[in-house]
Design a protein around this ligand. Structure first.
Ligand SMILES: Cc1cc2nc3c(=O)[nH]c(=O)nc-3n(C[C@H](O)[C@H](O)[C@H](O)COP(=O)(O)O)c2cc1C
Length: 178
């Protein structure tokens, strides 16, 4: 299968990328074709809500989403969302990607993509992740994505903390299970 891993932290060797890299190791060992895409290094603008696309057409913003990521999303079988929790939710950089689904919502929905969520936060309580998880579930439902699994890294405030938890192994095993 084709797997598109969307990384979205500015910390190259940070905690969410650690989970993403472990996932990639696991999935890579099964022979899948993996594309890493670091959204934070790309020029992806927020949706303007202008409606010009009609939810099924070209976006007026000719940036890396329209010219590159849109095609990668279309071609892939699996989308992996890897991100740190920011203020109890998804960071702006990956939320912008989801909002830009708008110009091809009809098409993406009909493709029944498979998805994975890998996330980390400093706190180690369930409540910290409640909105993040609820949002993922709702997006899967609305976009008709099939959730292949999630890793919710509690108490992963720094890479050294994260390395000492079970979550990198969980991410590796989730990759292996694909
Ligand atoms: C802008 C910002 C907001 C954050 N908000 C939260 C939060 O709401 N809850 C929490 O537990 N950690 C929060 N954190 C901490 C990060 O989620 C945590 O340090 C994470 O490990 C960073 O992941 P990274 O290494 O992949 O960038 C926040 C960090 C930043 C920079």
């Amino acid at each position: 299968m084709k797997i598109l891993v969307l990384k979205s932290s500015g910390n190259k060797n940070g905690s969410s990328n650690m989970l993403a890299d472990e996932f990639i190791k696991g999935a890579g060992s099964k022979g899948h074709e993996i594309t890493e895409y670091n959204v934070i290094r790309k020029n992806i603008k927020p949706c303007l809500g202008c409606g010009a696309c009609g939810m099924n057409g070209a976006c007026v913003q000719k940036d890396d989403y329209e010219n590159e990521l849109k095609r990668l999303l279309k071609e892939t079988d699996v989308i992996v969302f890897a991100f740190p929790v920011y203020y109890f939710g998804w960071p702006a950089q990956i939320k912008a990607v989801v909002d830009r689904f708008y110009s091809h919502t009809m098409e993406l929905t009909g493709m029944h993509k498979k998805t994975v969520m890998l996330t980390v936060a400093w706190n180690d309580d369930d409540d910290t992740f409640a909105v993040t998880k609820a949002y993922y579930d709702k997006i899967c439902e609305y976009m008709q994505f099939e959730n292949l699994g999630t890793v919710v890294g509690k108490g992963c405030g720094t890479p050294s903390q994260t390395a000492g938890t079970v979550y990198p192994k969980m991410a590796y095993e989730l990759g292996l299970s694909i």
